[in-house]
Design a protein around this ligand. Structure first.
Ligand code: AMP
Length: 288
């Protein structure tokens, strides 16, 4: 695996890999912030299956963090991340510095997707999706991938990036991979490292509440208020938890839905101590 830190050498390495692999070769991009776990590796494996050349990126992107968020304490485990990516057969790793990505100190040109960027996490974390869309657009321009892999775990991010790719005609296909969970149901996240053993146990209520709402929907409860209040009730039963939001929305627009006939995304965010966790479940469209 080639490890690259500059945009120039990454562009050159991507172009060279394509030349070597032939004109019909495909490049798959897997953007990450590092502190890699099985969720990230599932994206790498999906990319390996589909593409001749797999490019991973590790960049803790400051523009997607708010001023009082965890940018400085976000886990950085570069050496072990490299070993994992190497063992998964990643071809190129682009790991730029903040200065390399934002030579003027921060982004000057931003990408925003109004109406989607400011819902769910975008509402709780103003500017978050503007930072995400901007850095992903930059990575698309640097790597020129044919396919880019993202996790369903970050469902709102998927909605924002799908809209961006569509609206700005990026020649890339987004591939969304299912959320990887611990055996007890907790969605894997680099931020799970912040949790104490006790907090980790409390965190299980997130996936449990989603599983029981999904089961209710499958059993015929289609009333959005009823589904939402069952989740709220479950989450409120855990005093260790502070609910940020519980929303049932259209997965593409993130707008609230009044019924789940056409399918819906149940998205939740909650604080456990100083750690903010998100999780979601996709309800399929109902057959008549
Ligand atoms: P991050 O490093 O948190 O920015 O995540 C990088 C990519 O991995 C994003 O597309 C995430 O949605 C995806 N990802 C994170 N956690 C999981 C998970 N538990 N299952 C599947 N994908 C994930």
């Amino acid at each position: 695996m080639q490890i690259l830190h500059t945009i120039k050498e990454t562009r050159q390495a991507c172009a060279k890999s394509r030349t070597v692999a032939g004109s019909s070769s495909t490049v798959g991009l897997v953007p990450t912030m590092g502190a890699l776990h099985e969720g990230h590796l599932s994206l790498i494996r999906a990319a390996k299956k589909q593409c001749n050349i797999v490019v991973a990126t590790i960049f803790v992107n400051p523009t997607q963090f708010g001023p009082n968020e965890d940018f400085t304490r976000y886990p950085r485990t570069f050496a072990s991340d490299c070993a994992l990516l190497e063992s998964e057969g990643v071809d190129l790793l682009f790991a730029p510095t903040v200065e390399e990505m934002y030579p003027t100190g921060t982004a000057r040109t931003f990408i925003e997707v109004p109406g989607i960027s400011d819902r769910l996490d975008g509402l709780s974390r103003p500017g978050h999706f503007r930072g995400v869309a901007t850095v992903v657009a930059k990575l698309f321009h640097i790597v020129s991938p044919d396919f880019a892999y993202f996790g369903q775990k970050d469902a709102a991010q998927v909605a924002v990036l799908r809209a961006m790719v569509h609206d700005l005609n990026f020649p890339v296909e987004l591939v969304v991979c299912p959320t990887v969970r611990e055996p007890e149901g907790l969605a894997l996240s680099s931020r799970n490292q912040y949790l104490s053993a006790d907090e980790r146990n409390h965190a299980l209520v997130l996936s449990q509440s989603l599983a029981s709402a999904t089961a209710m929907a499958t059993a015929g409860v289609h009333d959005v208020r009823q589904l939402r209040s069952s989740i709220l009730q479950r989450l409120k039963s855990s005093p260790a938890l502070k609910i940020d939001y519980v929303e049932i929305v259209d997965p593409a627009t993130l707008e609230s839905v009044s019924d789940i006939q056409g399918g819906a995304l149940i998205a939740i965010a909650a604080w456990i101590g100083k750690t903010r966790l998100i999780d979601n479940a996709l309800l399929p469209a109902l057959n008549h």
